[in-house]
Design a binder for this molecule. Structure first.
Ligand code: UD1
Length: 367
């Protein structure tokens, strides 16, 4: 079986690591296409090196652009690659512009498409990712769902016949790296200047367009972080840096100490060293949950509802509208005492993915 994985943005590289390791243990051919959506070393190269992913077989080098330009560039560059390689499966990941472009290019060539992380929904139509995931689910042949909740969303959209519960491959990689970090196999993370990892601190990230692109909102969120009673290590995504610069907004202020994004093992180590996380990232909400750190999510909703239902994650859409003491008490609240269970699977999801793709070879179930 020949499988082409199409990846391009940081969260997809994290998911690619366990998938590529699972294929490495089989006789299947696994071919990697990097679209080049993320091109900064901090967002791309360090994940290949740090997670032991083989170099991409093809790099499309599309870079940044408007949604249409970025998606269209991936489509244009991908068509000849898929035409030439004729895989048994095209595997697309998550919900980025690279995901929808990969699915669309493949499906138009009648190549079977599998969607990893299918069935997640925010029900927020302002999010570009929501359109990417819904459209990808509806055109893919095999929907690999990470959770029971995702299976329910797929059922509600009439997609049960193409859906399979695989578990969440991010658990596989997160737990593997956690164990390596705890065993001292990775150097200490490069935290922002002014953060002492032996003292309590909060780890923060912010990159969603809804939080970064409106200057008044970005400024207000940053002021809320700046006023917190604990130092805040803000790992700044390029989108945050560029929007803050464009609007003359200072990132380093009050409690906030700005640093660069971390490689995956560094991020896991930083979460483990922190007292809690403040973020708008989907991946980080779940990583904090798996690493047993509380999260406060600056969004009105989450796709990872299990983190909220178990009390580990609290949604605060507008921290600047909250009274300062309540905001501070929320981000420093005590850790829940109830057992969160394993809503995201047992750390063997990538093996499930390979097995399900074998059973569904050709685009429909035959085992
Ligand atoms: C993308 C995904 C998002 C995912 C996120 C993780 C879409 C629609 N969004 O958002 O789902 O959570 O990746 O990081 O696909 N930039 C750089 N260097 C890079 C990459 C981007 O400077 O290596 C800059 C671009 O110039 C642009 C901004 O960051 O201004 C946004 O990049 P883009 O890929 O469009 O979306 P993300 O915000 O990264």
């Amino acid at each position: 079986m020949k499988v082409i994985s199409i990846v391009g943005a940081r969260p997809q590289l994290v998911k690619l690591a366990p998938i590529s390791a699972a294929f490495a243990g089989t006789e299947h051919e696994h071919f990697i296409v990097h679209t080049g959506q993320h091109y900064d070393a901090d967002l791309s190269d360090v994940f290949f090196d740090g997670l032991g992913i083989p170099d991409p077989d093809v790099h499309l080098g599309v870079g940044s652009g408007s949604h249409g330009a970025q998606t269209g560039s991936v489509l244009t560059a991908l068509d000849p690659v898929l035409e030439r390689e004729q895989p048994d499966w095209v595997l697309v990941y998550g919900d980025t512009n690279s995901t929808i472009a990969g699915a669309l290019s493949a499906v138009k060539m009648h190549l079977p498409v599998a969607h990893l992380e299918a069935g997640l929904r925010s029900f927020n139509r302002r999010m570009p990712e929501e359109h990417n995931r819904v459209l990808t689910d509806h055109c893919a042949d095999l929907l690999l769902a990470p959770t029971e909740e995702a299976m329910r969303h797929l059922a509600a959209e009439g997609l049960t016949a193409r859906s399979q519960l695989a578990g969440d491959v991010m658990v596989d990689i997160c737990l593997r790296i956690r164990d390596a970090v705890l065993a001292g196999e990775h150097p200490a993370p490069a935290l922002p200047e002014g953060i002492d990892p032996t003292q309590p601190f909060l780890l923060a990230t912010l990159h969603r367009p809804d939080n970064t692109d409106d200057p008044a909102r970005l400024s207000a969120i940053l002021e809320s972080l700046a006023g917190l009673p604990l130092p805040v290590a803000l790992l700044a995504h390029p989108r945050l840096v560029s929007r803050a610069e464009a609007h003359g907004i200072k990132l380093n202020q009050g409690a906030v100490h700005v640093g660069r994004p971390l490689p995956y093992a560094g991020l896991v180590a930083a979460v483990l060293a922190s007292s809690g996380v403040v973020t708008d990232s989907g991946g980080l909400q779940k990583e904090a949950f798996l690493l047993e750190r509380i999260t406060t999510t600056i969004r009105p909703e989450t796709e990872w509802v299990e983190t909220v239902d178990t009390g580990w994650n609290v949604l605060v859409p507008d921290p600047h509208r909250m009274d300062a003491d309540t905001w501070a008490a929320t981000v420093t609240r005590p850790t829940p005492t109830t057992d969160p269970g394993t809503p995201y699977g047992d750390g063997h999801a990538a093996e499930n993915v390979v097995r399900i793709m074998e059973e569904w070879k050709g685009g429909s179930r035959h085992a």
